[in-house]
Write a protein that binds this ligand. Structure first.
Ligand SMILES: Cc1cc2nc3c(=O)[nH]c(=O)nc-3n(C[C@H](O)[C@H](O)[C@H](O)COP(=O)(O)O)c2cc1C
Length: 337
């Protein structure tokens, strides 16, 4: 039974950040009381094997919806093939002042400038330990807003070391537009040095702990062809395990004239779809299957997901589509496979 069409007008009457919190709390309650299990259809498996992991299906939850890992079990019960939590930073931080989250229903889009609001990695890891979920769990790590960009690698190394024992894979987020200069880490020698240090530490942790945890890099849609090629070459030469394409866009061309178009932040949902697919296609051409691609950006229907898979992705992730379509989106995408 799909209750979301009934709930959506009520949620959309609330300011977006309140709606976000209310929805997750409702979902948690529905899960704990067994109500969610009654209303969620059982989904057939569509296994995908990449990065040495078996995903029960190719539809994942994108990072940023459960930044602190507070809702892992309730979200997993919606049928996702994998869940990515975070972005989490070494120390807790409040994020940007509110309002920082905006809905654009006319465009099936969202603008956010949350700014990595989170309770810190220690809290998140505690939540992972407390959860009953045994499926694939990605932990997405970032840097604190007040860590100088020159020291960014230190924050990522803290995240990598702490998350390593509990993550199925770890995502290096260098593509949020809401932390000053973060996207600089996608360029030239900065990305090369960062990847080199993280890869070295991953291999050391593998030796030390006897378990290999894949390392994934998440990139922006706002990259030139040259930048896409450069990143792809580095992913290959440092044997990075996967790439997520893409994060939100700072481009506003697709929502020009909208009252909220001038809000600072990352735009997601339908308006980023084409740009994200373009990046997936560009990566696929360079990578030739050597590094698997996880696609995100504007997946709001089964067809959107298929477009991403046809462009060369092995898995997809959704965020904005869930806001507009509800959890039924997962079943729809799987039915379209
Ligand atoms: C409110 C909001 C918060 C987000 N926070 C994060 C985050 O913390 N880390 C991250 O890697 N991506 C974050 N994202 C980006 C999504 O994970 C995803 O890459 C992007 O929204 C494109 O997918 P979509 O069009 O399905 O939303 C966020 C997106 C939204 C809408």
């Amino acid at each position: 039974m799909n209750l979301y069409p009934l709930l959506r007008p009520l949620l959309f009457a609330l300011d977006p950040e309140t709606a976000h919190e209310v929805t997750l709390k409702l979902l948690q309650t529905a899960h704990r009381t067994g109500l969610a299990q009654l209303t969620t259809p059982r989904l057939a498996d569509h296994p995908v094997e990449i990065m040495g992991l078996t995903f029960k299906n190719p539809v994942g939850l994108a990072a940023g919806l459960d930044k602190n890992g507070d809702y892992i079990d309730a979200l997993a019960a919606l049928g996702f093939g994998f869940i990515e939590i975070g972005t989490v930073t070494p120390r807790p931080q409040p994020g940007n002042p509110k309002p920082r989250l905006f809905r654009l229903p006319e465009h099936q889009a969202i603008i956010n400038r949350m700014g990595f609001n989170n309770l810190g990695i220690d809290h998140l890891l505690q939540q992972v330990s407390n959860s009953a979920y045994h499926g694939i769990l990605g932990i997405n790590i970032g840097k604190n807003f007040d860590t100088p960009i020159a020291d960014a690698a230190d924050d990522y190394l803290i995240g990598l070391r702490k998350a390593y024992p509990l993550a199925s894979y770890i995502t290096i987020n260098i593509s949020s537009p809401n932390t000053q200069n973060l996207r600089q880490l996608q360029q030239g020698d900065e990305i090369k040095n960062l990847i080199a240090r993280l890869k070295e530490e991953q291999l050391r942790l593998h030796q030390e702990q006897g378990r290999y945890v894949p390392l994934v890099v998440k990139i922006a849609p706002d990259l030139s062809d040259e930048e896409i090629r450069h990143i792809a070459q580095l992913l290959k030469s440092y044997a990075i395990d996967g790439v997520i394409a893409t994060n939100t866009t700072i481009v506003r061309a697709n929502i020009a004239g909208h009252a909220l178009a001038k809000e600072t932040g990352g735009l997601s949902g339908a308006p980023v779809k084409e740009q994200a697919t373009y990046v997936v296609r560009g990566l696929a051409a360079e990578l030739n299957g050597t590094v698997p691609i996880i696609a995100a950006g504007g997946i709001i229907s089964a067809e959107d997901a298929q477009e991403k898979l046809a462009a060369g992705a092995s898995l997809v992730q959704v965020y904005s589509g869930l806001i507009y379509r509800g959890p039924q989106l997962v079943a729809d995408v799987l039915a379209g496979l």
